[in-house]
Design a protein around this ligand. Structure first.
Ligand code: SF4
Length: 958
């Protein structure tokens, strides 16, 4: 079939005279003049729709609709967006690989070629989420933490190696190279892609675009790539050639004017941007940055803004391609040919350069004068709660005694400054002064063993620690109190991809060391760069030794503290915190600070720039006003203030030459193939096209295709006789629903692991066990901080935390998992009720998969986070939304009722549904809800029992 817009296929030439063809938007604009006023991000989407217009997946009408995008119009049409590639991190990538492997099993069992299931676009998995900060503050920290990482994760890594040899287009960046989004920026992104040229024809060039299984995939928007985070289930569909469907978005134009003031960092700017955009309610919208102020920002600063799109709620935070983007490509070692093609392509499309005011029609415009941004932190519980640095002490003091409804900690004000004795470790261990605390729950006997042998014998951490030093330095008798900083981490792709803030941290450390300042040894300090390049330029700039003197030794190349892999505190500190109900703090250069994300015992978590992380580590408390009080005492007992050690932009600028070195980037990333590291090289995986699922508590055949048939079962629409399994408040995160962190021994998942021969020391985290549904379904709603409001409040008004519910009838209290199994055994469907922003936080497909496996048929909430809503549909669970003014509280729902969800007409997107509430006293009432199946394709997914069976049926039928 000929292309419906064949006349748009044109040619362009690079600076060296190389020719390529492309689907020309300027030519299409002759027919649809509106295109020249479209936001650049929408033009990139339009190019994909135009190029992929095949009359099947993408229709000519779709091209016309996107070409005719209007800034303000009802958003009813869905855009079929075919992406150029898919990026995965290992926590989300492993379950996705497990689903693909299970699909191959189905194909094989049906007598089809297993290769029917094969990614149709390049897929890159970067292993970054598994390393933890067990060791810190020593030169051996990186090595020791990586050894532990491999011991904990060998079964997962073996599975990845199977994937590498089974799928042609599936690549892995092994552990120890960096964080997915930074590696994506520095290495994986190619600017433009081209097709294999047919004989006698030119290759067709097209812009890079992607979806990733991580919310912060948006970081790539900093270099003009359209892409965002999706759940693993949508990513699987994308890699199997399905378009990613999304409702035509509003595009908010964000204009920057002016320049940042001296001493203000990109981190300060992104916290200000997050605060502003949160108020503008940009959920489901694109944000596109424009104006003089944007043109002046370097790419790493843009990437920092783009990274936090999930925190400000947008689908993307997009920066168009310009000279600064090209400079970044040159500085990161991309080839001349690639860079020339990139630049020539975007110029030919009329998409080169940062638009100025008036050039584009946006749905809405927001402005910020960069000169008004001040140094800030954000916290202590949400990224959008920005606090100027001079107000941190005041804010913490005020929140200390405020009730939880006002984001407070509900503590008696009089106890704010009380300090508590923490006995020296030797008092516990009986090992004398100066003994080290092996805080990792293991002891070190045993002889060295190679990795594969450890895998075969189900390794324990005890074995892995055979030669390791104990992890945490001991402290003598000391005191701890509210506001004490116990974790200070330079972490997260948001900042570690940005040399200006990392050089600033190094310079601050240098000045602090020279002034005689120190960090107390019990504070868990870490430097976890997002790529090895960071270490290289900090070393060349002569700054690494100063960071190390303050305890900020390189501890890992991975996500670490940002994802909750901060490792533990000493038992003494944990005990003191829990015994005295202390509100202690973490200060990190991350982007998220929800409760219990960083460490289960640290309630106050502040996001800050890397130099401020170092400063707060020195200060040791957030109860010190760093604008007026000294950071600490230096040489000769002299007070040293923040102003004395804060680096100037001139000092940072002078060192930037070390950061952008194309040769260094190339040499580093060439090693992904040539020198992936001895630990990785030793891993041996199953061979062959079909996975045979060796027994493992990490990887198990997912149950989603059990009893698969080519025809979908007739799905009964609606729900009858359901029980409520949870009544939740606002902002239930995907981490509440499916935690990534530690597995408690007494939890259903902990019990299952023990029953399967795993000792507590080897539990690892939920995130690392996402390849095993038995663990994950037991971990659903198992976050230690989740509050099921079905459980009555205590006398003091506080609520029980943890994944428990009341089983009805009778009201017996039990784990949500146990209740779910009882309901399923009785054939009783269940419903979850939530408040605003249900499913906010990281994109996490297990939050939807776990919900489905617990037999939950519907989630009724006041509003949904974008990805989680679509993931629920993708797993065949109904998302339903209360109409304005209604909530489960206003309807008097207590949890002992039964419920029907009635959907009268044929299933249509966003139609009304009726919730019928049958109270325990026999009375009934009903209320109207909105069905949040948003698009026609989602109706198909739901009817097929989810997106995975839908795609599998298509592939097997082809
Ligand atoms: S560093 Fe943090 S934000 Fe970046 S990928 Fe890792 S967990 Fe996500």
């Amino acid at each position: 079939m000929s292309h419906a817009f064949a006349s748009t296929l044109q040619t362009f030439k690079t600076a060296s005279g190389k020719e390529g063809s492309f689907y020309s938007l300027p030519v299409l604009a002759k027919q649809y003049p509106n295109i020249s006023r479209l936001p650049i991000s929408m033009r990139i989407v339009l190019e994909s729709v135009l190029r992929n217009c095949d009359g099947k997946r993408v229709l000519p009408e779709h091209v016309v609709e996107v070409a005719g995008w209007k800034p303000n119009a009802p958003r009813l049409d869905e855009v079929p967006f075919v992406v150029a590639r898919v990026v995965l991190q290992d926590f989300t990538g492993v379950p996705l690989l497990a689903d693909l492997a299970a699909m191959r099993n189905v194909a094989h069992e049906m007598g089809k070629d297993a290769k029917t299931i094969e990614p149709l676009v390049p897929v890159d998995l970067v292993v970054d989420h598994s390393v933890m900060i067990d060791y810190f503050g020593t030169k051996q920290a990186l090595d020791l933490n990586m050894k532990l990482e491999f011991t904990r994760n060998v079964e997962r890594y073996q599975f990845m190696k199977w994937g590498m040899q089974a799928f042609d287009t599936f690549g892995v960046v092994p552990p120890g190279f960096g964080i997915v989004h930074q590696v994506n920026l520095e290495y994986l992104a190619r600017g433009v892609f081209k097709t294999e040229a047919k004989k006698g024809e030119l290759p067709v060039y097209y812009p890079d675009s992607l979806v990733g299984t991580d919310s912060h995939t948006t970081m790539i928007n900093g270099i003009g790539v359209v892409g965002w985070g999706v759940g693993g289930i949508e990513a699987e569909a994308a890699m199997l050639g399905q378009p990613v469907y999304f409702l035509t978005p509003d595009v908010v134009g964000f204009e920057f004017t002016g320049r940042l003031r001296e001493g203000v960092t990109a981190t300060d700017l992104v916290l200000a941007v997050t605060e502003i955009l949160r108020k503008q309610k940009v959920v489901g919208k694109f944000v596109e940055f424009f104006g003089e102020g944007v043109a002046g920002l370097a790419v790493p600063d843009r990437a920092t803004m783009a990274n936090m799109a999930p925190e400000y709620g947008a689908t993307m935070g997009f920066f168009p391609v310009d000279d600064k983007t090209i400079e970044y490509f040159e500085g990161t070692g991309r080839t001349k040919a690639e860079i020339e093609a990139f630049q020539a392509y975007f110029k030919a499309q009329g998409m080169y350069g940062i638009p100025r005011a008036g050039q584009i029609d946006y749905s809405q415009i927001v402005s910020l004068d960069l000169g008004t941004v001040a140094p800030s932190l954000a916290g202590p519980k949400r990224p959008q709660d920005r606090i100027e640095i001079g107000n941190v002490k005041k804010q913490f003091t005020s929140l200390f005694s405020k009730p939880p409804t006002e984001n407070g900690f509900n503590q008696p004000a009089a106890q704010l400054l009380t300090r508590h004795l923490v006995r020296a470790a030797d008092a516990r261990n009986g090992e004398g002064e100066g003994a080290k605390i092996p805080h990792t729950p293991a002891s070190p006997p045993g002889a060295p063993r190679p990795v594969e042998e450890m895998a075969a014998n189900k390794p324990t951490l005890a074995a892995a620690l055979h030669e390791a030093e104990p992890a945490l330095p001991a402290h003598g008798d000391m005191t701890v109190g509210n506001g004490d900083v116990l974790i200070a981490a330079i972490t997260s792709c948001t900042n570690t991809s940005n040399p200006s803030v990392l050089l600033a941290a190094g310079l601050l450390a240098k000045k602090a060391v020279e002034a005689g300042l120190k960090v107390k040894p019990h504070i868990k300090t870490s430097l976890a760069p997002g790529s090895r390049i960071v270490t290289e330029y900090l070393t060349k700039a002569g700054l690494l030794p100063y960071l190390e003197k303050l305890g900020f030794n390189v501890a890992a190349y991975g996500c670490t503290t940002c994802i909750g892999n901060a490792g533990d505190l000493t038992p003494e500190l944990n005990e003191a915190i829990t015994r005295n109900d202390l509100v202690c703090a973490a200060v990190l250069s991350g982007n998220r600070n929800f409760e219990a994300r960083i460490h289960p015992n640290l309630k106050a978590n502040f996001l800050a720039s890397p130099p401020l992380v170092v400063a707060y580590a020195i200060a040791g408390t957030v109860l010190k006003d760093l604008m007026t009080e000294p950071v600490g005492k230096g040489k000769g007992g002299k007070d040293v203030y923040l102003g004395d050690i804060w680096p100037t932009s001139e000092e940072i600028g002078a060192l930037m030459k070390h950061a952008m070195n194309g040769k260094a980037f190339k040499a580093n990333y060439d090693k992904v193939a040539s020198e992936p590291g001895p630990l990785w090289e030793k891993i041996k995986g199953v061979q062959g096209q079909v996975y045979n699922w060796p027994e493992s508590t990490y990887i198990a055949k997912p149950p989603f295709f059990a009893g698969f048939e080519m025809q979908p079962h007739h799905a009964e629409i609606g729900v009858k006789g359901a029980r409520a399994i949870g009544l939740f408040g606002d902002s239930i995160t995907t981490d509440h629903i499916s935690p990534a962190g530690a597995i408690k021994e007494a939890s259903p998942a902990g019990q299952w692991l023990k029953e399967n021969g795993v000792v507590k020391a080897d539990f690892n985290s939920y995130g690392s066990r996402r390849g095993n549904h038995d663990v994950m379904m037991r971990g659903t709603f198992a976050n230690v901080r989740i509050k099921n409001l079905m459980i009555p409040a205590d006398a003091n008004g506080s609520r029980e935390e943890g994944g428990v519910t009341l089983f009805q009838p009778g009201g017996e209290k039990m784990f949500i998992y146990d209740a779910a199994m009882k309901y399923m055994a009785a054939g009783t469907p269940t419903i979850v009720f939530g408040g605003e922003e249900y499913g906010t936080g990281s994109s996490r497909d297990w939050a939807a998969k776990g919900t489905q496996l617990l037999g939950i048929k519907a989630v009724v909430a006041k509003s949904f986070e974008r990805i989680h809503r679509s993931n629920l549909v993708g797993m065949g669970v109904l998302p339903l939304q209360f109409k304005p003014g209604d909530s489960w509280e206003s309807l008097g729902i207590k949890g002992d009722e039964t419920f029907d969800v009635v959907i009268v007409a044929d299933l249509r997107p966003q139609q009304d549904a009726t919730l019928v509430i049958h109270s325990a006293d026999g009375s009934s009432r009903s209320v109207q809800l909105i069905l949040r199946i948003d698009t026609p394709i989602e109706v198909d997914y739901y009817r097929h029992g989810g997106i995975l069976p839908f795609v599998l049926r298509q592939l097997l039928a082809a």
